[in-house]
Structures are given as C-alpha cells and as structure tokens.
Design a protein. Structure first.
Length: 156
C-alpha cells in the first residue's frame, strides 16, 4: 500500500524562535503528546473514561505552574520563608462550542513564617503583568482573576 502525504505550509512572520510539539493519535480518543523538550504525555479526550488529562485540563495546569514558578522564585529572592505553596486554578467555560474558557481564577495558598502580604501581592502582580507567558497567551480572551491567602506556620 502506498501512502501519499501532502504538506501545507502557512507562512507568517515570526521574530521569536519556534518550538514544536507533536500529537499522535493512539486510538479511541487517546493521544500521545510529545513536548518540545521530548517529554511524552498521554491525553484522553473521552470525559467519561478520563484515563489521562484532557487538553483543556492542561490549560489550567499550565497557568497554575507558570505563575507558581514566577511567584515562588520572586518570594525566594525577597527572602520569604515559604514552607508550602499551593496554587488552585478554576475556570468557567462557554456552554456553546467552541467551549473555550471565558474566565479563570488563580488562588495562591502560601504557608510559612512571617510571610509579608505585600511581598506576595507584588510577586503575583509581577507574574500576572510581566513574566507568566501562559497568562499573556490566554489574555485578553480569558479574564484571569487572582487571589491569595497566607497561612502562618506554627512554631511547634
């Protein structure tokens, strides 16, 4: 059997280096994604089976990880003693297709000793407005709201 492939190229001006991910159909709504750095990730688009994350779920994870990386690094530079850091990301999607996100809420939960609320607010603001590439990619189509809470670690 001879297979025939036709490649189509859409030309556009790009000043930044390109990155390439590949997605391979495995079977029955299962896919294998390979990141530009070579990591494999299973994806499942059958919400009833749900044996792996869906592409939409990964958007939430991507946003949370991107901002958490920024905030954790900034707080470390500000010498804040963070012992536990959790980011919860929730989203609201359109009812009709395409079921894109219309808004996302990012809630930072920081545990530590004598954490400065101003340091946390400043770190989140810097991530939101300057560093987080995922948030920058999602905006302005997705409204992103942030909040935080600080839990004081006991001395016990």
């Amino acid at each position: 059997m001879v297979s025939h492939r036709t490649a189509y190229v859409i030309l556009c001006s790009m000043s930044a280096p390109r990155v390439k991910a590949t997605v391979r159909f495995v079977s029955d709504d299962l896919f294998l994604g390979i990141t530009p750095s070579g990591h494999a990730l299973a994806l499942d688009t059958d919400s009833q089976r749900s044996t792996a994350p869906s592409p939409v779920e990964l958007l939430l994870i991507a946003l949370g990880t991107c901002t958490a990386t920024d905030v954790a690094g900034i707080l470390a530079k500000k010498r804040q003693h963070v012992t536990t850091y959790l980011v919860e990301v929730t989203g609201k999607r359109r009812d009709e297709h395409p079921r894109s996100f219309t808004s996302m809420q990012v809630h930072h939960i920081i545990t530590g000793k004598s954490i400065s609320p101003k340091a946390v607010a400043d770190a989140i603001e810097l991530s939101d407005t300057k560093y987080c590439s995922v948030a920058a990619t999602l905006r302005p189509a997705v409204e992103i709201q942030t909040s935080f809470e600080i839990i004081e670690e006991s001395n016990e």
